[in-house]
Design a protein around this ligand. Structure first.
Ligand SMILES: C[S@@+](CC[C@H](N)C(=O)[O-])C[C@H]1O[C@@H](n2cnc3c(N)ncnc32)[C@H](O)[C@@H]1O
Length: 259
């Protein structure tokens, strides 16, 4: 079961920031789905602190994590939070929710045969993130790691019609799982390909809010489709936030002296 005091607390803080953001408010009315509740603690804490009446349905496919999260939710009874067992992509896509959140698995390795298969993000580390970006959601708040093809992920988001509405980043030290030889070897390869950025101490994790208007948007007076807050991306829309985020995620490479 994954719970990391630094990372999970940062995720909780990013969720809290989303739940209290005025631009996300119109989308939050239909609730939020979460890929990967883990211990359940991040959302319990975020909801307790922000006191916003939002329904959050968490999905957790790792049985041990699900047991832990269900126990915690039963104990703390946070209003609006429930956790369901199973795969998010089987169960979380067809509900009324327009907002999805996740600290998705992002460890890169050739196969999921690692010490923590629930944290495996495919051969680039970004496969679960990319699946979320190809989903139906108008708003995503995703944790993006600088060691999991961040530039490819930001490009994928743009191609899926998302603009970067908000982001914040913090350093994360390499831990037991990211130091595992099979993961570390893959990170060296990704680093050489310009798809992973880190220093000797660690990497960057960003909580990124992405907003997509259009499919469920409405026509404005100038005839373009727009979301509830007037957000109206199209294929040629410039996204200065995404450009800055690209630079920040890649910055770790300049101080790297070798894996
Ligand atoms: C990095 S952990 C994050 C846990 C927690 N959100 C946190 O930040 O502390 C990722 C979690 O996602 C779960 N997970 C991965 N893919 C999933 C899927 N398709 N459906 C449901 N849960 C998934 C894993 O089992 C793991 O618990």
């Amino acid at each position: 079961m994954f719970y990391d005091p630094v990372e999970s607390t940062f995720y909780a803080w990013c969720v809290e920031r989303l739940l209290t953001s005025s631009s996300a408010a119109p989308y939050l009315r239909d609730g939020v789905v979460e890929l990967g509740a883990g211990s359940g603690l991040p959302i319990v804490e975020a909801l307790r602190r922000c006191e916003v009446p939002v329904q959050v349905r968490g999905f957790e496919r790792d049985p041990e994590s699900f047991r832990m999260a269900s126990r915690l939710v039963a104990l703390k009874a946070p209003p609006g939070y429930s956790v369901e067992p199973g795969d998010f992509f089987d169960q979380g896509l067809d509900g009324p929710e327009r907002v999805a959140i996740a600290n998705p698995p992002y460890l890169a390795a050739p196969t999921g045969d690692t010490s923590a298969p629930e944290l495996w993000g495919g051969e680039s580390g970004a496969e679960v993130t990319r699946r979320l970006l190809s989903g139906p959601f108008d708003v995503l708040m995703l944790m993006m790691a600088s060691i999991a093809d961040p530039l490819g992920v930001i490009d994928h988001a743009a191609c899926s019609g998302y603009l970067v509405a908000d982001w914040c980043a913090r350093p994360i030290p390499f831990g037991r799982h990211s130091r595992e030889p099979v993961v570390h070897r893959r990170l060296r390869e990704l680093h050489a390909e310009g798809r992973a950025f880190s220093s000797e101490a660690g990497y960057l994790l960003a909580g990124v809010t992405l907003l997509r208007a259009g499919r469920r948007g409405r026509l404005t007076s100038v005839g373009r489709e727009s979301g509830p807050d007037g957000f109206a991306p199209d294929a040629n829309t410039l996204d200065p936030n995404a450009d800055v985020l690209r630079g920040v995620m890649a910055a770790g490479a300049s101080v790297r002296r070798g894996p």
